[in-house]
Ligand binder design. Structure first.
Ligand SMILES: [Mg+2]
Length: 342
C-alpha cells in the first residue's frame, strides 16, 4: 500500500541550449513509499514549460488520491487518470502522473528484467536540437557524429533553400551509409511540408518527423500518401486513443511516444500494443536511458535518440551506477535500476 509520496524539483542547465527559450531541463523526482518501507523512485520531465505546475499536481492532487492505494501500476494509473481528467486528457496532468507510474514500476525491478529484454543492444542515433545553429556549427556537430548509425537534424528555417543547404551539408559529412532523419517540430503547413519533403527527398531521408501540427491527423495521412518519404510522429500525442487515431488514419510510418508525456510506462505499453496491431514500429522519444531500456524490450527493433550532451546522465539527473551504457553508437542495459539523482 502507498503510504507517502514526496517530490523534489531539479532544474539543470543544458550544455548546449536547445534555443534561446530552452536553456535548461526540469525534472520532478518522485519518491513513493509503501507500508512495508520499500521506496520506489521515478520522475516527471519537462524541458521548458510547467515544472512547478507538475510538481504541484503531484504534491496535492496525485498524492491525496494515491495514498492508501495498492502499489500496482495499472490499477493506480487507471484510478489516477480518471481522477485527473478534469485537468485534461494529456499534457501537464499525464506528465505529472508519469512521475508516480515510473516510481511504481521501479519497485518491480530493472525494466529490462521486468519487461523481458528481447535484444542485447540497440542502435543510438545522434540527435541535434540545432535549428538555431549556424551552418558552420551544424557541420561541426555532424563531424562529431561520424561513426554513428544514424543522425537527425532540425528543419523549418525561414526559407526552404536554407533547409536544403543544411541537409545537403550534413549528408555530405556523414556520407551515404548513415541514416539521416529531419525533424520539423510541427513548423510547416500542408503546402510548405509537401514542397519541403519533395525538395529534400534527394538526400535519402530515413524519415521526416512532425512535418505538421501534431493534431492534424488527416493532414499527416494525406502527406504520407502524396510523398514517398516515411513520416514519424507521436512525441506530442498524449493518449492511447490519440495513437489509435493516428495509426488508423495511416498517418505515420513510425510512432514516437514519450514515456513521460503519455503518463508513464503503463500507458506506453498499451500504446505499443496498439502500434503492434497496426504493424508500425515504436521509437521512444528522448529520455535516452529510459527509452533505451524500453526499446530493448519492444517486439520490433528500434533506435533511440541521444541528443548531444543531453542524455539524463549527461545532465547529472541520474545517479551511478547507470541503468544503461552507450558506446560506439550502441546502447546496452547494465542490469542496474534507474536511480534519479537527488
Ligand atoms: Mg522530434
Amino acid at each position: 500500500m502507498i503510504t507517502d509520496l514526496r517530490t523534489t524539483l531539479r532544474s539543470v542547465p543544458l550544455t548546449r541550449p536547445w534555443g534561446a527559450d530552452v536553456p535548461a531541463n526540469h525534472v520532478v523526482r518522485v519518491e513513493v513509499e509503501l507500508a512495508d518501507g520499500r521506496i520506489g523512485t521515478g520522475a516527471a520531465w519537462t524541458p521548458q514549460i510547467g515544472a512547478h505546475a507538475v510538481r504541484a499536481l503531484l504534491d496535492h492532487d496525485i498524492r491525496d488520491a494515491a495514498l492508501g492505494l495498492p502499489a500496482h501500476p495499472e490499477l493506480v494509473w487507471d484510478r489516477l487518470s480518471a481522477h485527473l481528467s478534469e485537468a485534461g486528457r494529456g499534457g501537464l496532468a499525464t506528465i505529472a502522473l508519469a512521475g508516480l507510474d515510473l516510481a511504481l514500476w521501479d519497485l518491480r525491478g530493472p525494466l529490462t528484467e521486468v519487461l523481458g529484454e528481447r535484444r542485447p543492444e540497440i542502435p543510438v542515433y545522434g540527435s541535434g536540437v540545432n535549428l538555431h545553429y549556424s551552418l558552420d556549427e551544424l557541420v561541426a556537430q555532424a563531424e562529431r557524429w561520424k561513426g554513428l548509425p544514424a543522425v537527425k537534424i532540425k528543419v523549418g528555417r525561414p526559407t526552404l533553400a536554407e533547409d536544403v543547404e543544411r541537409v545537403a551539408a550534413v549528408r555530405s559529412v556523414i556520407g551515404p551509409d548513415t541514416a539521416l532523419m529531419v525533424d520539423a517540430n510541427q513548423r510547416w503547413d500542408r503546402f510548405r511540408a509537401r514542397r519541403a519533403i519533395e525538395a529534400l527527398a534527394e538526400f535519402d531521408l530515413f524519415w521526416v518527423e512532425e512535418p505538421l501540427p501534431a493534431d492534424d491527423v488527416a493532414g499527416l495521412a494525406e502527406l504520407r500518401r502524396r510523398t514517398g518519404v516515411p513520416l514519424a510522429c507521436g512525441e506530442n500525442v498524449y493518449s492511447v486513443h490519440g495513437f489509435r487515431d493516428l495509426l488508423a488514419a495511416g498517418a505515420c510510418d513510425v510512432v514516437q511516444p514519450n514515456v513521460v508525456r503519455v503518463g508513464g510506462i503503463t500507458p506506453f505499453l498499451r500504446i505499443c500494443t496498439v502500434a503492434d496491431a497496426f504493424g508500425v514500429p515504436v521509437y521512444p522519444h528522448l529520455l535516452t536511458e529510459i527509452s533505451g531500456q524500453l526499446a530493448l524490450t519492444l517486439r520490433q527493433p528500434a533506435m533511440v535518440e541521444h541528443v548531444e550532451d543531453a542524455a539524463l546522465a549527461d545532465l547529472g539527473l541520474l545517479a551511478e551506477p547507470y541503468p544503461v551504457e552507450i558506446s560506439g553508437g550502441r546502447l546496452r542495459a547494465t542490469g542496474h535500476p534507474t536511480r534519479w539523482a537527488r
